[in-house]
Design a protein around this ligand. Structure first.
Ligand SMILES: NC(N)=O
Length: 688
């Protein structure tokens, strides 16, 4: 790796006003669109986010295409674009691959959890409710801590990545960007609830993939600075000769035999497990899905998301490395400094060289979209944790659905301000995107296995969950400090977030927590039948959109259109009482038992598919290339790039087209009702 002696400032290509325009203007533009859509939906479909179930769970009937799109969008953080490009810039083609692996397999595996959630806790709003129902207060408090910690880390990482990019490209003040970015997001999340974040995810995904395609075409097609796959290959060979990669075969950027790449892969996989399993956002999407399609959505979501870091960083991250000696490079004649690299500025630098101001604007937009959709998911997630797991659980057990929605709104406002302040604090402390990326796996991995087993394993005990998580955390911390000291010579802020330190800790935390949880359980196993978790009640059944008693007041057109979906959900759990503070008798219909049987086979399918996917992307493709020390020939590099492009096109088409196709009836009906309402005179006879 290069060790530059002199550092140049990253020259902003755009005016500060563009930065403010994007952060405030685009933020509020999207907020406005979401408000209109939410109004149309509430007015003409009867689905209103003022109902607690709709606000936090989208009435549990979201279709797989939209859930898949939501997963891609929520899992596309600023780090997905920036950190993956940093990896490509630093150690070559293995970086984007390992970044993709480190996010895809967890999402696919979460499909198993999603099936179990539908089977064993279909009334839950948060994963913490499941923990509370099964193990009581102490484990609930412990995982509440982990749940908030995860969202805190993700919020900081999103804003730091976004703000650093806006600052580099426009010169906008980083603190101002940190504080302003969440404002517009909070507005539409408050008004639209979880369903608005799904709709927003879809529109953001269109922009995300469109901009990825633009960068791909420019880089490999029309750019005078690169313009073809062959030219990129030549530039990367030159870069390998001038600034060889430490630990790579022949110092090359064009090989999977990269020790740094492999360790980065391990750190990313660990970080990815904690980022998915401890984040309420993913549980919330599992809860929001229609039961039969939840696992499908996670499988397709994982596969589609893989294209984002792989294609984007293979293009822009490597382009940044290829273009370092180009006079248009923003830090020319120097490469990016270590702190600029760690802040994720490789991709913005490449965009600036390849497309000038247009590239800078495109980069700004794509990062802003990533931050917005992921942050909206985090806001709705954190508000659910607060309202259901703190407010309702410990302060107001009899809180009504309306009250829960109000508390959620207030907490979203609070968190939007707090996440801005938190990012400013981190920035002032010298902590950046790269640091948070590595430390995420360190602090959260001890919770991953105990949380996953809570919905899967009937023998698990509360004491095992506590023992596993706490001792895993202690051993993980010890491994972090010892590993950092032994490998890097001293313990300091920088060394603690170096990849080897992060892997020592993340691996120790994950494995020890798992081993101890299983061992303690086996000493005195439980035989839990999940009746407690199945009895978790939905709120506001009386005014829920799923309540059959209320359907008469809803727009008949959408009730018709949704009838098929509601079959899955409303037959699922029928309650004899709606009062949340009383015990609730559940009447399990035959259909319910059948549904659980079906979900059992869905779980098994998810286990098989995710294992096959993991074997392919983690072992079968990369490891033979690693162990054979293969350096890509020009032909093989061209094949590799074409694969990234095809995968990106397939994912984009899937995420953009499928949600529209599967909701076509509802959209036509809402538009028809809106047309009749606004443009037909009151005495005009309504069509049947
Ligand atoms: N979402 C991630 N890991 O980029």
């Amino acid at each position: 790796m290069s060790s530059p002696t002199s550092v140049s400032e990253f020259r902003p290509l755009l005016d500060q006003s563009v930065g403010y325009g994007v952060v405030v203007g685009v933020g509020f533009f999207f907020a406005g669109i979401m408000l209109c859509l939410t109004f149309l939906q509430s007015r003409f479909s009867g689905i209103s986010p003022s109902h607690a179930e709709e606000f936090s769970s989208a009435s549990r009937n979201v279709k797989p295409g939209l859930v898949c799109c939501g997963i891609v969008s929520a899992w596309t953080w600023s780090a997905t674009l920036l950190q993956s490009s940093t990896a490509a810039y630093t150690f070559g083609i293995s970086g984007p691959w390992w970044y993709g692996v480190g996010g895809t397999i967890q999402v696919a595996m979460f499909g198993m959890i999603a099936a179990k959630v539908k089977m064993n806790a279909n009334g839950a709003h948060t994963f913490l409710e499941i923990v509370k129902a099964r193990f009581g207060t102490l484990p609930h408090l412990l995982f509440t801590f982990y749940g908030f910690l995860c969202i805190l880390i993700v919020s900081g990482s999103l804003l730091l990545g976004g703000a650093a990019t806006v600052n580099a490209l426009t010169g906008m003040n980083i603190d101002a960007a940190c504080m302003l970015i969440p404002v517009g997001i909070a507005v539409y999340v408050i008004f639209g609830g979880l369903r608005a974040t799904f709709i927003c995810d879809w529109s953001h995904t269109i922009i995300l993939f469109t901009i990825i395609y633009i960068f791909i075409f420019r880089t490999y097609g029309t750019s005078p600075d690169i313009g073809s796959i062959g030219r990129m290959y030549t530039l990367l060979q030159q870069a390998s000769a001038e600034v060889p990669v430490v630990g790579s075969e022949g110092g090359s950027y064009l090989t999977m035999k990269s020790n740094q790449g492999l360790v980065f892969g391990a750190a990313t996989i660990l970080s990815g497990f904690s980022g998915v399993f401890c984040d309420q956002g993913y549980w919330q999407r599992a809860i929001a899905s229609a039961p039969q399609s939840t696992t499908k959505a996670y499988m397709f979501g994982g596969l589609s998301w893989f294209a984002v870091p792989w294609a984007f960083a293979s293009c822009l991250g490597l382009a940044a490395r290829a273009l370092i000696t180009n006079p248009k490079f923003p830090t020319y004649p120097n490469p990016l400094s270590e702190s600029q690299t760690s802040a994720g500025l490789a991709a913005p630098a490449a965009a600036a060289v390849l497309m000038g101001k247009g590239g800078a604007v495109a980069m700004l937009l794509v990062v802003f979209m990533a931050v917005t959709s992921a942050a909206s998911s985090e806001l709705i997630a954190v508000s659910s944790l607060f309202s259901y797991d703190i407010y309702k659980t410990y302060f107001r057990p009899q809180a009504s659905g309306r009250e829960i929605v109000n508390v959620s709104h207030a907490f979203i406002c609070f968190w939007a301000v707090w996440m801005g302040c938190w990012a400013v604090i981190l920035n002032k402390a010298g902590i950046n995107l790269g640091w948070l990326f590595y430390v995420q796996g360190v602090v959260l991995s001890p919770a991953v296995i105990p949380i996953a087993l809570t919905v899967i394993w009937s023998k698990l005990t509360g004491i095992a969950v506590l023992a596993g998580s706490i001792s895993g955390a202690v051993l993980g911390m010890l491994a972090w400090m010892i590993g950092c000291w032994k490998i890097y010579g001293s313990i300091n802020i920088t060394n603690l977030a170096n990849p080897y330190s992060a892997v020592c800790s993340g691996l120790a935390g994950l494995l020890f927590s798992g081993i101890i949880t299983v061992a303690v359980t086996m000493m005195n196993p439980a035989d839990y039948d999940f009746s407690g978790t199945r009895n978790i009640v939905m709120l506001d059944e009386t005014d829920s959109v799923m309540s059959s008693s209320k359907q008469g007041s809803r727009s008949p057109v959408v009730v018709d259109a949704e009838r098929n979906d509601e079959k899955d959900v409303s037959d699922d759990v029928k309650r004899t009482s709606v009062d949340a503070d009383k015990s609730v008798d559940l009447v399990y219909s035959d259909k319910n038992v059948e549904m659980r049987k079906a979900m059992r086979s869905v779980f098994k399918r998810a286990a098989v598919y995710s294992s096959i996917l993991t074997a392919i992307v983690m072992i079968i493709v990369p490891l033979p290339m690693f162990f054979s020390h293969y350096i890509f020939s020009e032909k093989f590099y061209a094949f590799w790039v074409v694969c990234t492009i095809l995968w990106a096109f397939a994912s984009g088409a899937f995420c953009i087209v499928l949600p529209v196709w599967e909701s076509r009836k509802e959209m036509v009906l809402i538009l028809k009702s809106a047309y009749e309402h606004f443009f037909e005179r009151p005495d005009t006879p309504r069509s049947a």
